[in-house]
Write a protein that binds this ligand. Structure first.
Ligand SMILES: NC(=O)c1ccc[n+]([C@@H]2O[C@H](COP(=O)([O-])OP(=O)(O)OC[C@H]3O[C@@H](n4cnc5c(N)ncnc54)[C@H](O)[C@@H]3O)[C@@H](O)[C@H]2O)c1
Length: 388
């Protein structure tokens, strides 16, 4: 990945000391040298906010007490000093309000998922994104992995034939006990519908499985039949989900997302079966893509710089020779790299090529709402609806 010069000035909302994903964003943004952190409103806790800013080497004047003040103050700075890109790494309920205000104030936005709390809020944000002439990206990290792009390329070029079956699963174990009651902050807000939205596990990791399935199979999920559950007593939102899928070009699928699979870490996995063969990718071994064929031995394609049999999109997203592991941070860094090139390339419109945008956010929200509606209602199938 070539660094982009000059560096893009970025600010953060969220990601104070003790937070999870903000730190990963900062490390990923720094990996290829395309960004510099110039400001932040990292936490509602004033001491945490100050400490985080100081630890990151920010001047106290660019460490703001809240995000509204940050947007106003940064917009008032000379153009060659002010923040260009706002990164949003707060709990879910703040994503759309902050993104909307930032776009209106003239900043590009890279937001954590989900893009909003519900479909209405997201449609409002979409209108802002479309009228803003600024870039909007969504941190669907797994769509930054090179071998995910390789899998999609092989599906698109017909290597496995017509896609018939998609099996995608994301079983985690970290919420198999009531860790919120033991003070786990991340678990706490994730089970509060005001901060998390109507979905628990389905929104938190189900959306990752969903977007991966649509991306790799290169078709959209049109209808689903879902069973959601809450296994840990006292929890308000779902912690477990399973569903059947019907896809736009005739494939059927199964999606499992669960946070009560005790002992599991992050084994997001997809298998796509066509009439000539199949592909399998697993994020805990992200350098390997398994290719099964009806008339050939199984082969394992491995990522790594200089592998001529990999597609261009995969090769662009690698930094190291085969066997030196690249992983989650590099996948996130690939999204940042594409975002940087789009900002410096003065791309027209609101999509940064290679980076999930507002439409993927909309699909993810339609997925959450359809899954919950189907689970609660009597219909066998529920359509995914991305409009008001
Ligand atoms: N893309 C991924 O793979 C991935 C992984 C984990 C989390 N996430 C998403 O990232 C987001 C954050 O998750 P997390 O696990 O890092 O949560 P977290 O609780 O660890 O961090 C949230 C941060 O936001 C800060 N914050 C809250 N309100 C704020 C405000 N008004 N102003 C400034 N800062 C504020 C908190 O102080 C904290 O620093 C969520 O939306 C989650 O869905 C995405």
């Amino acid at each position: 990945m070539k660094p982009v010069a000059p560096k893009i000035r970025m600010g953060f909302v969220g990601g104070g000391e003790g937070a999870f994903i903000g730190q990963a964003h900062r490390q990923a943004a720094g990996l290829d040298g395309g960004f510099e952190l110039v400001c932040g409103a990292f936490s509602r806790d004033a001491a945490n906010n100050r400490q985080t800013g100081a630890a990151l080497g920010l001047a106290a004047s660019r460490c703001y007490s809240d995000w509204q003040r940050m947007l106003d103050s940064e917009a008032a700075l000379p153009a060659d000093q002010r923040m260009e890109l706002l990164v949003i790494v707060t709990p879910n309920h703040l994503h759309a309000p902050i993104a909307g205000q930032a776009l209106k104030a003239g900043f590009h936005v890279f937001s954590e998922k989900p893009a909003a709390l519900n479909l209405d809020e997201l449609l409002t944000l979409k209108a802002v994104v479309q009228s803003s002439q600024r870039l909007y990206g969504l941190a669907h990290t797994y769509l930054g992995y090179p071998m995910v792009w390789q899998a999609r390329d092989m599906v698109r070029s017909g290597v496995i034939g017509a896609v018939r079956k998609v099996l995608v699963e994301y079983p985690q174990g970290w919420l198999s006990q009531d860790v919120a009651a033991q003070g786990n902050k991340q678990a706490g807000w994730r089970d509060d519908p005001r901060q998390s939205g109507i979905g628990g596990c389905i929104g938190d990791i189900g959306t990752h499985a969903f977007s991966l399935a649509e991306f790799v199979a290169d078709q959209s999920i049109e209808r689903l039949c879902a069973a959601l559950g809450t296994h840990v007593s006292g929890r308000q939102l779902d912690d477990d989900a399973a569903m059947l899928l019907q896809m736009s070009q005739g494939a059927s699928g199964v999606l499992i997302a669960s946070q009560v699979c005790a002992g599991e870490e992050n084994p997001l996995k997809i298998r796509v079966y066509g009439d000539k063969g199949a592909l399998e990718w697993r994020q805990e071994d992200p350098a390997s893509l398994i290719h099964r064929s009806v008339d050939q031995p199984l082969r394992v394609l491995r990522s790594g710089v200089g592998q001529p049999w990999l597609c261009e999109a995969a090769r662009q997203r690698m930094r190291l020779p085969a066997g030196h592991p690249e992983g989650y941070l590099e996948a996130m860094a690939n999204l940042y790299g594409d975002f940087a090139r789009a900002i410096r390339g003065k791309v027209e419109g609101h999509d940064a090529p290679g980076v999930p945008g507002i439409e993927i956010g909309l699909r993810g929200m339609a997925f959450i709402e359809a899954a919950i509606a189907n689970h609660r209602g009597d219909a066998k199938w529920t359509e995914l609806v991305c409009t008001a």
